[in-house]
Design a protein around this ligand. Structure first.
Ligand SMILES: [Mn+2]
Length: 426
């Protein structure tokens, strides 16, 4: 299913009066405070976030999976779903593939489809955290860290194969997330598995094309519950440094122990020029993969405040790769992704409103009260009219969720694909 621009713009018409009023009110206020509204609109409108190919079906938990009707049954349909989200929001201009769940049969055909929907290929994701039916050696006791040479070599080769596939599609980066670790004390020798992981990553790194990046993700626990080999940003940062200048740390919001100061991690990595990628989601307790901004929107704003500061002040850090990494087992996945995109752009827009000059001055004067006021002044601004204007200027929907429901997209997807299709993934 493909949405045409006319369907979207004609639904926009009915809501323009209300939008114009609220936008003018906000734009006047911001201009009076010294903000360059046109510049903010441009930045917000340009901000694109990749959708992972595994987020388009209903996610499951270890207790089960409730299918969502009209799920994409093929890679083509997954790309079409991202195309739908992008047509409505104009903020999801890329797809991130998971291999082997989404190996294209015909790379050229897939590339053409993606291009026709105005999408790019973001980072490729390798998978050595589960065994595939045709696989020779098991990852049960680890992959890149394995003390079994055959499993380790197989995992290295898989990552190299993913890079080669990504080259065909026009991707420019590989994300490695490892489930490697141990569930019981004594199961692994910490130094041996770390050394093996470092050697394996270096071998993969050596095969990276010149213009590619390697992103190394970390996570403190799960699926292993005693130790994870790449447990925190420090370990990832160290491994990236051991690999070389094209290797970076990737921060996934859900991959931290409760109450970790993620914004400080962002600031540290950007100062060192090593924040390569970012995975958005939200959580209450652990790696819950909930809708972005649904639980801790102020934390997300504080993280964006550091990202904006880093993007403006750290030329040593490349522009990060943005991706949503969430999994939703009860909502319509497309609606959920649109809510996440809105939360991301909203936090970004609010962070752009932080008066950096006044904040520096207040910090210099040790005016702690004023520092807090400056941040909250930006955070408490209702930026929705800005997001609407940025979207409409790029040909998207004034209100993506409302338009999606008005055009009965899910019903049409069910009519087209049936009730029982199931997206590949977990
Ligand atoms: Mn992730």
């Amino acid at each position: 299913m493909i949405l045409n621009k006319e369907q979207i713009t004609s639904h926009n018409q009915s809501n323009f009066d209300k939008h114009d009023q609220s936008f003018d009110f906000l734009a006047n206020n911001l201009t009076n405070k010294g903000h360059d509204v046109e510049n903010i609109l441009k930045k917000v409108g340009d901000f694109q976030v990749a959708i992972p190919s595994w987020a388009l079906g209903a996610g499951g938990t270890r207790f089960g999976r409730f299918s969502f009707h009209g799920e994409p049954g093929t890679l083509e349909q997954k790309i079409e779903d991202v195309g739908l989200i992008h047509a409505l929001t104009k903020s999801a201009g890329a797809i991130s593939l998971h291999i082997p769940w989404d190996v294209p049969e015909d790379a050229e055909k897939i590339k053409a489809l993606t291009k026709s929907l105005d999408l790019k290929f973001d980072a490729m994701n390798s998978n050595t955290f589960q065994d595939q039916p045709d696989q020779k050696h098991s990852y049960k006791f680890g992959s890149l860290c394995s003390t079994d040479d055959k499993s380790r070599e197989q995992a290295i080769q898989h990552n190299i194969d993913v890079i080669r596939l990504g080259e065909k599609l026009g991707s420019k980066s590989l994300t490695v997330w490892l489930a490697d670790g141990s569930s019981f004390p004594g199961q692994n020798n910490f130094q041996t598995v770390l050394k093996n992981t470092q050697d394996s990553l270096q071998q993969i790194y050596k095969t990276l094309p010149e213009d590619w990046k390697l992103f190394i993700e970390y996570k403190p626990y799960e699926p292993n519950f005693y130790s994870t080999v790449i447990q925190d940003w420090g370990t990832s940062f160290m491994l990236a440094n051991e690999c070389g200048p094209k290797a970076y740390t990737l921060v996934d919001l859900g991959h931290h122990l409760p109450n970790t100061n993620i914004e400080q991690i962002v600031a540290t990595l950007m100062m060192k020029g090593k924040l390569g990628g970012f995975h958005f989601n939200d959580s209450k307790y652990g790696d819950d993969d909930l809708t972005v901004g649904s639980i801790k929107p102020y934390s997300l704003f504080l993280i964006f405040n550091e990202l904006v500061y880093g993007m403006e002040n750290n030329p040593q850090n490349p522009y990060p790769a943005w991706m949503i990494d969430a999994s939703h087992n009860i909502k319509d996945p497309l609606e959920d992704l649109m809510q996440s995109l809105e939360a991301i752009r909203s936090s970004y827009a609010k962070a752009l409103l932080v008066d950096q000059k006044a904040l520096r001055e207040a910090q210099k004067n040790h005016d702690v009260t004023l520092c807090q006021e400056i941040l909250q002044e930006a955070y408490l601004t209702d930026v929705r009219p800005l997001l609407e204007r940025a979207r409409v200027s790029n040909g998207g929907a004034l209100n993506p969720l409302d338009t999606y429901r008005h055009l009965e997209v899910r019903k049409k997807l069910v009519d087209e694909r049936g009730k029982h299709t199931m997206a590949t993934g977990l």
